[in-house]
Write a protein that binds this ligand. Structure first.
Ligand SMILES: [Zn+2]
Length: 362
């Protein structure tokens, strides 16, 4: 490329020159990107990488929703944050907005500090062209999936824990031949509470999160610039510790199954009929979380084995109790056979939901 071409380019677009050279991108694709709004659900490890790349690429408006604050243990992989953010105790969404403003001042960033639930997701998604998954639990993913199917909004699913990650570009109900299965076509039920590892119990390496988030962004850029034919139709599944890279063919999953969401149009999570609900237990400095979905079996032994290093854990046939120190605060977590949990040490429902997601899982 010649310097002359760069200098005669519309100055607003100069910074995007290198990606505009890509096949099917061009000035047209860049302008589409600048006109786009992306909703980033969660701004932890996946969300940081995604927000960083989307802002640099020039997605016009980024709306970032996250309920959490930054802790020192986040810095190993949450690339938008630094030690000063931990010292300042600012919410992740706000810290991300500040950082992104220095990276690309052309991008409008809206920071929302809130728990994502069925009551607020529709207003949060208003006017949004694409959903980017930076979530840490399946329940909220199903909520996002419900709305994606209902509105026909593309949803870039991604998840990573330990050394394993998965990502998939979902285009539900697309009115072209490239429509895909939805998340519930692939995983009809969320794993029961405690069945899957979380980053806070199994650990996580930074590179797997960065790879998954970059895959999500890559597919988002294709979709937002109108390169639908280039979207990867497979479910990416990687394990960086065993050197496994798989691309699973899942295009038939919708036809093969009887998906309650995209085939039967049951939006159980969006309508608040499925998923957990939380109640603050008055006067007890405790919150109760109730799973509305039927929970068959909780493996207390497996959860206990994972939680042991965080503090004393006791189990009996009815419940598991763990004492956890999280960010200098002590919580007592009690999980019952039916998935119900009581988190003592807070009356804030979003804090309780956060503790539950981190240590028990979806
Ligand atoms: Zn489906």
């Amino acid at each position: 490329m010649s310097n002359q071409r760069e200098s005669t380019m519309n100055p607003d677009l100069t910074r995007y020159h290198r990606q505009m050279l890509l096949p099917g991108f061009g000035e047209r694709g860049q302008r589409k990107l600048l006109d786009s709004t992306a909703l980033l659900l969660g701004c932890g490890a996946l969300g940081c990488v995604a927000a960083n790349m989307l802002a640099r690429a020039g997605v016009g408006h980024l709306r970032i929703v996250d309920r959490d604050f930054i802790e020192m243990t986040n810095l190993q992989r949450q690339v938008l944050f630094d030690e000063q953010d931990v010292a300042d105790g600012i919410p992740k969404a706000v810290a991300a907005k500040r950082k992104l403003a220095r990276i690309n001042s052309q991008v409008k960033v809206t920071a929302v500090v809130d728990d994502i639930n069925y009551r607020n997701i529709e207003p949060l998604a208003d006017g949004v062209d694409i959903f980017i998954d930076g979530l840490d639990n399946f329940e909220t993913r199903y909520l996002v999936n419900d709305l994606a199917v209902k509105k026909g909004t593309p949803y870039m699913y991604g998840g990573a824990v330990g050394t394993v990650g998965m990502a998939y570009a979902i285009r539900p109900n697309a009115d072209d031949s490239k429509a895909t299965p939805c998340l519930r076509c692939l995983f009809e039920q969320a794993p029961p509470p405690g069945a899957s590892a979380t980053c806070d119990t199994a650990g996580v390496i930074g590179p797997v999160v960065a790879m998954i988030a970059n895959f999500q962004v890559n597919e988002a850029l294709k979709i937002l610039t109108g390169n639908i034919g280039r979207v990867n139709p497979t479910l990416l599944n990687i394990d960086l510790w065993t050197n496994s890279f798989m691309q699973l063919k899942v295009a038939h999953a919708r036809d093969d199954g009887d998906c309650p969401c995209c085939k039967r149009n049951q939006f159980d999570y969006l309508e608040g009929k499925a998923g957990s609900s939380s109640t603050s237990l008055c006067g007890r400095n405790a919150v109760q979380l109730v799973h509305r979905q039927q929970v068959d079996h909780i493996d207390f032994e497996a959860i206990a084995a994972r939680l042991q290093e965080h503090g004393p854990v006791t189990t009996n046939e009815f419940m598991l109790r763990a004492n956890i120190n999280e960010d200098g605060k002590d919580y007592e977590l009690t999980v019952f056979e039916d998935g119900r949990a009581i988190i003592k040490g807070t009356s804030d429902m979003s804090v309780a939901r956060g503790v539950y997601s981190k240590y028990i899982g979806s």
